[in-house]
Design a protein around this ligand. Structure first.
Ligand code: NI
Length: 134
């Protein structure tokens, strides 16, 4: 485990009370853990804007009866094979599929892949969730 570093923060009472109510609702065990998550989130955001390595998952649902859609989605994934770790395909029902694509790569590339898939006609929903990879 990494060495712990402690520091104090000065905040308006109203701000910290609001924050405490907010994190209590989310069931955080401590303020420290909530602040750690905020810092990590901010650093992931920084990687997005500066182009660091991120790891995450693209989750999408699509209508597999849509003409040529499955082929297009496959072609796009082959174009980005170097950042795709694995793809899981689930046949949800007669017409709908769910795909979970695990990715690791430079943030702009991951975003490019996500957008290329999202804009295809027949893709009903797509969400991208990422963490800092290092
Ligand atoms: Ni399917």
């Amino acid at each position: 485990m990494a060495e712990l570093y402690r520091f104090g923060i000065s905040l308006d009472r109203e701000l910290i009370e609001t924050f405490d109510r907010h994190i209590a609702k989310q069931r955080y065990q401590s303020r420290s853990e909530a602040i750690r998550d905020l810092i990590r989130e901010e650093l992931v955001f920084k990687k997005w804007t500066e182009g660091g390595t991120v790891a995450g998952a693209i989750v999408m649902t699509f209508d597999h009866h849509k003409r040529e859609l499955v082929n297009r989605l496959l072609e796009i994934q082959h174009d980005f094979h170097d950042i795709i770790i694995s793809t899981q395909h689930v046949h949800l029902d007669h017409g709908n599929c769910l795909e979970v694509i695990a990715v690791k790569g430079q943030a702009p590339q991951v975003e490019q892949l996500s957008t290329a898939l999202k804009v295809q006609v027949g893709v009903k929903h797509l969400s991208l969730s990422v963490s800092a990879a290092e």
